[in-house]
Design a protein around this ligand. Structure first.
Ligand code: HPA
Ligand SMILES: [Zn+2]
Length: 332
């Protein structure tokens, strides 16, 4: 099974580029940019990555992102993730970034987007990896702030395919961002939102009904509503599930309690993703391997999860066919 996991070409649809900042790069940039980080050494960092919920993670994740200042920093961050894509056989990736985390520190929007974009262009040229960029609004900030961020993004519409919603979920429901998502939709952006990660399934209904999203990020709390499960199945609404993240942030206490198999067996369009792999102990393949070692997943289940990731990607139908054929070829 582990061989199968490794050899299948995969797409990643839920990856925060700031969450791929490995401690080694964090230390290097901290020295270069003279930005203090609250750790003496790598060991100290690993000890700090011991989360009890989403917020305890976010506090550390935003502190880590402080070391990113220049275009080269964002290039190096993205390039290191691309090397992980190569290792993990990820041939298409859709990357989230959080502009407000950087603009609030005085790092201009165009520095961030240009560094990420140039690394992704090189990834296509060197490895043939295709990609999209999705900009996320921080939901703990105001909708007014999100509107400003959307305005800044309008001139990068060739580079940014969609907008998303992330950060502290509880108390910041999708309804808070209804108007800015409407504007983003009118501007032609694809729409996604984190919903039903920690907060209950009412947030998923809001994301569907008030934000008109194309994909739900996480969405694991949908299992608590039979009516919602039926709707997600009927609509084949993609759920970008992140197993390691859910365990590290205590959404589920153990892998055995993770509900991905139930979601899949019910017929939902579920995929596997790494979310913030530098913080959650592993990249794409490790997520699959942890599932395999703890949950009865069949080979067909693994193939379905992988095919769902391509079917749900923001790419043309032609490219989807090409990629799905590559999956079939790898199975022969
Ligand atoms: O899993 C997440 N949830 C919400 N916000 C985030 N920002 C990075 N990762 C996450
Ligand atoms: Zn996420």
């Amino acid at each position: 099974m582990i061989d199968l996991i490794k050899k299948l070409p995969k797409a990643e649809l839920h990856l925060h580029i700031e969450g791929s900042l490995e401690p080694e790069l964090m230390f290097r940039l901290s020295k270069k940019n003279q930005v203090d980080i609250p750790y003496k050494d790598i060991e100290d960092v690993r000890n700090a990555y011991n989360f009890t919920n989403l917020q305890t993670f976010l506090d550390i994740y935003y502190a880590g992102a402080n070391v990113l200042l220049t275009k080269d920093d964002f290039y190096d961050l993205t390039w290191e993730y691309i090397l992980k894509c190569v290792e993990n056989n990820i041939i298409h990736t859709e990357i989230f970034f959080d502009p407000q985390t950087h603009t609030a520190r005085g790092v201009p929007f165009d520095v961030v987007i240009t560094g990420i974009k140039e690394a992704l262009q090189d990834a296509k040229a060197k490895y043939g990896i295709t990609s999209c960029i999705i900009m996320c609004f921080l939901r703990h900030l105001s909708q007014e702030d999100a509107f400003e961020t959307l305005d800044a993004a309008l001139k990068y519409q060739d580079d940014i395919i969609g907008v998303g919603l992330d950060s502290s979920e509880l108390g910041n429901p999708p309804s808070k961002f209804k108007d800015v998502f409407k504007k983003a939709k009118e501007a032609g952006f694809k729409l996604v939102a984190h919903a039903g990660e920690e907060a209950d399934f009412s947030y998923i209904y809001e994301a569907l009904d008030l934000l008109s999203i194309h994909r739900i990020d996480h969405g694991v709390q949908s299992i608590k509503s039979a009516a919602l499960m039926q709707r997600l199945k009927d609509e084949q609404m993609p759920l970008t599930v992140c197993p390691n993240s859910n365990i590290e942030l205590k959404v589920f206490e153990t892998y055995k309690e993770h509900n991905i198999k139930e979601l899949l067996d019910y017929g939902l369009n579920v995929s596997v993703n790494s979310d913030d792999p530098a913080y959650f102990k592993g990249y794409m393949n490790q997520n699959f391997i942890n599932l395999h070692e703890n949950i009865e997943l069949s080979e067909d289940d693994i193939v379905t999860l992988v095919k769902n990731s391509f079917k749900s990607a923001f790419i043309s139908d032609e490219l989807k066919e090409v990629y799905l054929a590559k999956v079939d070829l790898a199975l022969q």
